[in-house]
Design a protein around this ligand. Sequence first.
Ligand code: MG
Length: 264
Amino acid sequence: MRVDAAGATHVGHVRSTNEDSFLASPRLAVVADGMGGHACGDIASALVITTFEGLAGELREPLDVTRTVQRANDAILAEVSGHPERAGMGTTVTGVAVLDHSGVPHWLVFNVGDSRVYRIADGAAHQLTVDHSETAELVATGRITADQARTHPLRHVVTRALGAAPTATTDNWLVPMSEGDLLLVCSDGLTDELEDDQIARIVGAAADLEQAIAALIEAALGAGGHDNVTVVLLAAHQEGSEADLTAPLLTRTVPRRRVEPACP
Ligand code: MG
């Protein structure tokens, strides 16, 4: 199985700085959405990417990803203790690491905050991550609908972020990689502007990853571009074949190795 990766970011039409940072490689995709404005959210999100870049070769199991997120959190807190004027800086982090698990390639999806990972399949965008936000909690407890969440005044309040506490709590999902899988990692600058079915439609109409990314960013800007927009796409396909987004997605799943009992 081969994985292709591509990504891009845009400052948007309203913000003066881009506080998003990203990493797009066939083994690892990360999007970090910095917060803090004058407290330098761009530095917080860049610290996450630097930390992951430095440890990318060591990501072999889910715990390695959790540890790397913790190291990024430590780096942000160290930055604040050296520069007290930067107190309040923080960032989301979400991404996908390609890991070998029991001899089978898997996507290790991870998240802290309200950036998102989707699997795009059969003309729909399926969110794999769970947002850590006030509105996600209101939806989960039935107080508001998902539609109401899109315009709710608390929609930008995250309930988990790096830089907020000494210990980072990361959500992980281990998903077997299937031929034809297409994963999207993005900041809320995309999902605040576009509905999930719009995202799936735009990606489905593109000829390749770069075109899909450019079209998604253009659509987010066209819808207002109120925030920084970051998009990373990962496509899994047969070794030697090129990723073709217009081809129907195959549904053959990589066989999972049968787990044998360790002892009688
Ligand atoms: Mg944002």
